[in-house]
Design a protein around this ligand. Sequence first.
Ligand SMILES: C[S@@+](CC[C@H](N)C(=O)[O-])C[C@H]1O[C@@H](n2cnc3c(N)ncnc32)[C@H](O)[C@@H]1O
Length: 322
Amino acid sequence: MAPSNCRDLAPFRARTPGAYPVEVDQAITPVARPEAPIDPFGPTGSDLSSDAGSSNGPIVRAERRTVSEAESRRANGPDWDRYADEYQATHGPFLGEAGFVWGPEGLTEADLGVLGDVTGKDVLELGSGACQCSRWVNTQGGRAYGLDLSGRQLQHSRRLDEQTGVVVPAVQATATDLPFADDSFDVVFCSFGALQFVSDIEHAVAETVRVLRPGGRFAFSITHPTRWMFPDDPGAEGLIAAQSYWDRTPYVEVDDETGEVSYVEHHRTLGDWVTILARAGFRITDLVEPEWPEGHERIWGGWSRTRGLLTPGTAIFGANLA
Ligand SMILES: C[S@@+](CC[C@H](N)C(=O)[O-])C[C@H]1O[C@@H](n2cnc3c(N)ncnc32)[C@H](O)[C@@H]1O
């Protein structure tokens, strides 16, 4: 999680304390990154978190620049492989092994119910990470499947399958090319998953429409689009608007040594999301902006009580396919 002096442009990226001496200056900021110890056939079970928190690694610089879908995928898959151990070690206990949390505010699907009753339903999670949310769906009588770009995230899912006895079938794939037949699911959801990492969002939503059955439900959480105006600082400085809300240029990290893009996040305004969903044939039923809960002190990247009391950090959409 981010220290109070961590200020950069990444709306989601959760930094390791002390590992990211990022200045508020818009771009070209050196950022120490975790090394990449990922062996796809490497340790499983409790060994998985042994490298968590490592901060050695290539230096990257942060910028805003246009990137293609292919470039986004090429960067984000390996990036999430590198980051998965740290992510699960840091946030796993908060997420719960079979818990469904919609975002850093801690709002759960058990409290929100934006998916509706999942009993007996076929459910797909996009950008499932370790499939904690899908595992919760399965405890509620649903049949959930996970999908993620990162093999390492899915290894963590296997670990949780074994630990909990609640198994989530999962596939390594991209949200822009779903390896499922048409009309396969009653519900598709995404909790801070693939959608904000995808460049070709219209295509990802079209893929969701294709695999949903008529009348199907789509729900997803994202970084609240207004957060893109602010530095990613959980402290008071993170409340000073410094960037245009309407600037859709992606946030990009570039490996200083190789010059290759190593991480990407994409921004759409609230209006963009409404338009994308409506044009794809969805009727929006919910737009939830969770308030910061009483007594909740946990900091997750730029999400904190200081900012959360004043500005929304998460947006959760719910929509039905006509
Ligand atoms: C912030 S994590 C969220 C994971 C999980 N939903 C959770 O709540 O812990 C984002 C996930 O999206 C995945 N992801 C990024 N781009 C993707 C894509 N194009 N298709 C599928 N998954 C993607 C990443 O690998 C990562 O596991």
